[in-house]
Design a protein around this ligand. Structure first.
Ligand code: UGA
Length: 456
């Protein structure tokens, strides 16, 4: 394999992509404007936790270098753009300036035949604009393709090496040549069964946000049904199990609870909504707005349950929050539903102590007002109510009896429907979960086999 590849932007997306390319045998140069990050990587230090990344990095170290100087990319044949595209506070605007800066910065160093490949998540229309900007800056056509990324945090390495599909958006004058280059780069994935789809720029850009908007819709759908279950006495966990058995529906992303968070789903949903509004696609706007509302309500439902258990007043109550990360197997707390609930409880006057196996340092930075404990039993000491808000496997293994000995009141709210209610009830705990009946006739779901375990 002779191609030399650059990857601009060494965040979750770019760094994992760069390391996996090196792992597949390519010579890779990773570039980031964050010198601290680059220096750390040069010394072999990864800037975040991602399962399996350390091992792949170690194995691929001699084929990957890191820099903050664009001139060091001059001998690369293919340049991937993986820089961030932050959303404005109201979610309506996406800042694509890093994409343009990274791409245009390459121009003086581009080989005549080099291919630039965008991977960042961008609003529809960005690739076409960038293509024009590159042509103007270079005084000639610069080959550009767009290939969105579908990796999940916590499974980035697996998803990069074994994606379900790879999408190429093409729009230049040599689409077949662009496809050939990308086919060569992703040959290892294709040999393992990945599917490929070639589309135009706009479709490629929309595929990405539409996929995330669909996943968000699926989660909000089951949370909307949970609302109905809560009022009618039905059990949403059993219901999800039953409807998921229909192959057309499937079990993945059908776990009701606290809803979605993280750096992607909320951001892409807002972006999708903003673009739909801009283009006058009213049904999409209405639908996405509803998805967002249901997701927000899922958080207040948990607070409502806590209030209910504490006689309507959280003032001075000790609340233990199990989980800070936006989902298990990551230390990422961006848009974390768990921390949002912790913050609301704190605002209502509770003394909130947060535990997480991995994300405490990041959580502390985001919410310094809350208290943190690295040991579960210490976190639960004196608790009036325990909230299970991120479904780490560690929490499923907790012994209700031992935990019961340190809390003040044996009361637990399962915000993720991940615990075995009977186990907790047997040990004398009051167990509540939104959309599950209070009675002891719980559907005995195999929590380990739930969609979380495989899909999340
Ligand atoms: C998401 C998509 O799943 C990836 O395909 C996509 O590539 C990525 O965004 C991205 O745009 O880069 P990720 O943000 O890592 O991946 O997280 P997910 O696994 O999708 O989970 C998102 C949220 O949904 C989490 O807060 C999770 O707890 C929640 N969730 C998930 C539920 O509430 N219920 C479910 O059934 C599944």
């Amino acid at each position: 394999m002779s191609r030399r590849i650059s990857v601009s932007g060494l965040g979750y997306l770019g760094l994992v992509h760069a390391i996996c390319l090196a792992h597949e045998g390519f010579e890779v140069v990773g570039i980031d404007i964050d010198r601290h990050r680059v220096d750390g990587l040069r010394k072999g230090r990864l800037p975040f936790f991602e399962p399996g990344l350390e091992e792949v990095f170690r194995a691929a170290r001699r084929r990957i270098t890191f820099t903050h100087r664009v001139a060091d990319l001059a001998d690369c044949d293919v340049h991937f753009l993986c820089v961030g595209t932050p959303q404005s506070a109201d979610g309506r605007e996406t800042d694509t300036s890093h994409v343009f800066d990274a791409a245009l910065g390459l121009v003086p160093y581009l080989k005549p035949d080099a291919l630039v490949v965008g991977k960042s998540t961008v609003p529809v229309g960005t690739a076409a604009l960038l293509s024009t900007a590159l042509r103007q800056a270079a005084g000639r056509e610069v080959r550009l393709a767009w290939s969105p990324e579908f990796v999940r945090q916590g499974r980035c390495v697996h998803d990069t090496l074994n994606p379900d599909r790879i999408v190429y958006g093409t729009g230049g004058s040599r689409p077949q040549d662009d496809v050939d280059v990308l086919d060569e780069i992703f040959a290892p994935q294709y040999s393992r069964g990945t599917q490929r789809l070639v589309v135009d720029y706009a479709t490629a850009e929309l595929v990405k946000v539409a996929a995330n908007a669909f996943l968000a819709t699926k989660i909000s759908f089951i949370n909307a049904v949970a609302e109905l279950c809560e009022q009618s006495g039905a059990d949403v966990v059993a219901l999800a199990e039953a409807i998921g058995m229909d192959a057309r529906i499937g079990h993945q992303f059908l776990s009701a609870g606290l809803g979605f968070g993280g750096g992607c789903l909320p951001k892409d949903l807002a972006g999708f909504q903003a673009r739909a509004e801009e283009y006058g696609a009213e049904p999409a706007v209405t639908m996405m707005r509803a998805v967002e509302q249901v997701n927000g309500k899922a958080r207040t439902n948990v607070v409502e349950l806590a209030l209910d258990m504490c006689d309507g007043d959280l003032m001075g109550k000790n609340i233990t929050v199990l989980g800070a990360a936006f989902k298990p197997h990551t230390d990422d707390v961006r848009e974390s539903p768990a921390l949002d609930v912790a913050r609301i409880c704190d605002a209502l006057g509770a003394r909130v102590t947060v535990h997480d196996p991995l994300a405490i340092d990041n959580a502390k930075k985001a919410h310094p007002r809350l208290r943190y404990e690295r040991d579960v039993l210490r976190a639960a000491r004196g608790a009036d109510v325990v909230l299970h808000l991120t479904e780490w496997p560690d929490y499923r293994e907790l012994d209700p009896e031992s935990l019961g000995r340190v809390v003040r009141r044996r009361r637990i709210i399962d915000g993720r429907h991940g615990l075995k209610p009977e186990q907790w009830s047997r040990a004398g705990w009051s167990y509540r979960a939104w959309g599950r009946p209070l009675a002891s006739t719980f559907f005995d779901v195999d929590v380990d086999a739930q969609a979380w375990a495989v899909g999340g």
